[in-house]
Design a protein around this ligand. Structure first.
Ligand code: HEC
Ligand code: HEC
Ligand code: HEC
Ligand code: HEC
Ligand code: HEC
Ligand code: HEC
Ligand code: HEC
Ligand code: HEC
Length: 427
């Protein structure tokens, strides 16, 4: 993995000498995922000051950011206990006094660093049992991560701000490199801000505003080759959003076309609102499909665009491959309705770049198969289950309506709907 990254790094270096790829290089110099500190400083004299300094003048952005997952990537034991209620338990054999830092624990899972900075991989009363060292938030269970190995924390490039490969943070032997601030702070995306702060702020004054997808792609990728969607054990690997996006019909857009980068999308410990960061909904840009879908059988059953177009085809912590249910939503978006289309290539190591009907449909319709889904997939937006075509083996639909609309049907339906609403209100 690291070797691949180094090769990638050399390739990027080679590109510098090619005038034709100046643009690519300009984006790639800011790649945190390549073990490189951001070279693109807003000002040659800029140094890191920390997110707390930005709060003074940008309290709105600061408060939004505090509710998102980015500030909770690396936490002191006290912080990890404070934002999780009840606190995540310590692995067997340990107490919170035995941790230098807790990795994550905001959304999917938590891993723990011992007081020498190594990732804890042995647990149990004698700290000699391999594994059970990774806590899964969704199931409240323990899982194995690099069980029993001596595992240094070399993750600072994406989990910290102002990362440098030199030295070891707090002189901890298990830590590779040093950082200016834990977690993904303001300056991870805006560059070091000392000059901006010293000059009293201002647009374009000693600060970067980069709205390219490549900025997010520095961390939301596994780094080897951004055109390939890395996969494992029947799932897309976690933090592959950038490669997925580059394979999607949205590749001409940016992450921030849909996301407010300061707000969280996941419901996490500090963000109660699902999708809070989504500033442009699917319906904003696809009004036709939204119109078609409105009133369909599934829309009435509460199904959303994202249920089919962004199924959880990726896995970070918990997944059931047999029923196509992971825990990271895909950013591939495009659905291939061919029932023979395969989600992965023959090696299983890469996804093909489209959502297949098993992922799009069968994680809900788990008693059906792709051939069944294929009958309906084309034109599914407008699909209204017709009473006349319903077979006895199918469960009756309470919202079923006739596709052969008789004159006056709309009026009758509207009156019926009003009656239902009125009845529901009285309950
Ligand atoms: C002393 C007050 C002050 C502090 C401290 C401050 N800023 Fe600003 N910042 C400003 C002002 C004023 C603007 C201009 C706002 C405008 O014109 O809309 C600005 C603009 C920005 C912009 C937009 C730049 C652009 O070109 O559009 C960013 C990004 C930004 N600040 C980030 C930060 C970060 C990150 C920090 C902490 C390292 C920080 N600021 C600290 C006052 C401050
Ligand atoms: C994950 C990356 C990321 C982090 C972390 C981040 N920002 Fe931003 N910020 C952006 C991007 C990208 C934009 C440009 C947004 C756009 O174009 O829609 C932006 C825009 C801004 C702006 C300009 C807003 C405007 O209306 O023009 C300010 C000010 C700002 N950020 C301040 C902050 C502060 C303060 C923090 C920390 C509390 C912070 N940002 C953390 C990515 C980030
Ligand atoms: C190339 C960037 C990158 C590197 C390197 C990286 N991570 Fe991450 N990690 C992410 C991103 C992005 C996410 C969240 C998005 C996702 O998982 O799809 C994440 C999520 C996590 C989470 C879940 C956080 C939570 O709150 O649920 C844990 C735990 C974690 N990483 C641990 C590690 C450890 C340990 C290492 C080093 C061995 C590491 N990561 C290396 C980018 C990275
Ligand atoms: C310096 C590395 C880094 C950069 C740059 C970065 N991210 Fe992240 N991102 C992470 C990590 C690590 C996590 C896992 C945080 C967690 O859940 O604990 C994460 C989590 C997220 C999440 C899920 C958690 C939540 O708050 O809902 C979203 C959404 C997200 N990032 C969007 C973005 C966008 C959009 C950008 C670009 C504007 C971006 N990220 C840039 C590292 C990064
Ligand atoms: C900011 C605008 C924007 C938003 C928000 C947006 N899209 Fe798109 N979408 C586009 C553009 C632009 C294209 C490419 C042009 C096209 O094919 O219409 C596209 C293409 C697509 C395609 C492929 C179209 C085709 O003809 O094959 C799908 C599927 C899609 N989007 C689904 C979604 C879903 C689902 C959502 C919500 C999660 C969404 N989009 C949100 C702008 C947007
Ligand atoms: C029940 C699953 C499902 C839901 C829900 C759904 N779609 Fe689709 N969508 C599909 C399928 C399947 C296709 C492929 C159709 C084809 O190729 O004929 C598709 C195709 C599309 C396309 C490509 C262009 C087209 O019309 O074929 C866009 C854009 C799109 N959907 C947007 C949306 C939006 C926006 C929503 C929510 C308002 C939505 N979809 C809800 C399954 C769904
Ligand atoms: C077309 C709109 C769109 C674009 C472009 C987009 N996202 Fe998202 N993203 C979404 C939506 C919608 C969700 C799910 C919101 C929800 O769960 O309600 C999401 C969720 C996420 C999540 C959380 C995943 C999960 O399982 O909940 C991460 C991380 C993320 N996006 C990162 C990114 C990054 C990085 C990029 C750019 C490479 C990006 N997104 C581009 C619409 C978009
Ligand atoms: C998030 C869950 C979910 C997803 C994903 C989903 N559906 Fe549905 N679907 C439902 C629900 C709920 C109903 C309504 C059940 C009822 O009332 O009969 C339904 C109803 C249907 C019906 C009519 C009822 C029947 O069984 O004949 C068809 C056909 C259908 N879906 C096809 C699809 C196809 C094709 C896809 C993928 C493109 C898909 N669905 C994706 C949940 C889902």
């Amino acid at each position: 993995m690291k070797n691949i990254k180094r090769i990638g790094f050399l390739l990027v270096l080679a590109m510098i000498f090619s005038a034709a790829t100046q643009q690519v290089y300009a984006e790639k110099t800011y790649v945190i995922g390549e073990h490189m500190a951001p070279v693109t400083k807003p000002d040659p004299a800029s140094t890191y000051v920390g997110s707390e300094k930005c709060k003074i003048c940008h309290s709105d952005k600061y408060n939004d950011w505090r509710t998102s997952g980015h500030p909770y990537k690396l936490n002191t034991p006290a912080e990890a206990q404070a934002f999780n209620s009840p606190a995540i338990p310590a692995p067997e054999g340990y107490t919170y006094n035995d941790f230098y830092l807790v990795i994550g624990g905001w959304t999917w899972k938590a891993r723990f660093l011992d007081n020498n900075g190594y990732i804890i991989t042995k647990t149990g009363p004698g700290k000699d049992i391999n594994g059970s060292n990774q806590y899964l938030l969704a199931t409240k269970k323990w899982a194995d991560y690099s069980a029993g190995q001596t595992k240094k924390f070399d993750c600072g490039n994406c989990h910290t701000t102002g990362y440098s490969l030199t030295g070891s943070q707090d002189n901890k032997p298990g830590i590779v490199g040093t950082w200016e601030e834990k977690s993904v702070g303001c300056e991870a995306c805006h560059g070091p801000g000392s000059v901006h702060v010293a000059k009293g702020g201002g647009k374009g004054v000693g600060i970067l505003k980069n709205d390219s997808a490549a900025l997010c792609g520095a961390c939301h990728t596994r780094g080897a080759d951004d055109t390939k969607i890395m996969s494992k054990d029947g799932f897309i690997e976690h933090h592959e959003q950038y490669p997925e996006f580059l394979n999607s019909p949205h590749k001409e857009l940016s992450c921030v076309s849909c996301h407010d980068p300061h707000k969280g999308t996941r419901v996490g410990q500090t963000n109660p609102t699902a999708g809070a960061s989504i500033k442009a909904q699917c319906s904003t840009c696809h009004p036709k499909q939204n119109n078609d879908f409105t009133g369909s059988t599934m829309q009435k059953a509460g199904i959303k665009c994202t249920d089919c177009h962004m199924p959880a085809a990726g896995k970070s912590a918990v997944g059931d491959a047999a029923s196509f249910k992971g825990d990271v939503k895909t950013h591939i978006f495009k659905i291939n309705t061919d029932i023979n289309a395969k989600f992965f290539d023959d090696t299983g190591k890469f996804a093909n770049g489209y959502v297949t009907l098993d992922r799009a449909c069968l994680n809900c319709h788990n008693d059906k198969d792709k051939a069944w889904a294929g009958q309906y997939a084309k034109g599914i937006h407008k699909f209204v289950k017709a009473e006349t075509t319903a077979t006895q083996s199918e469960t009756p639909v309470s919202t079923s309506v006739s596709t052969q609309k008789a004159p006056g049907f709309e009026l009758l339906f509207a009156i019926g709907a009003l009656l239902i609403v009125a009845l529901a209100r009285r309950r």
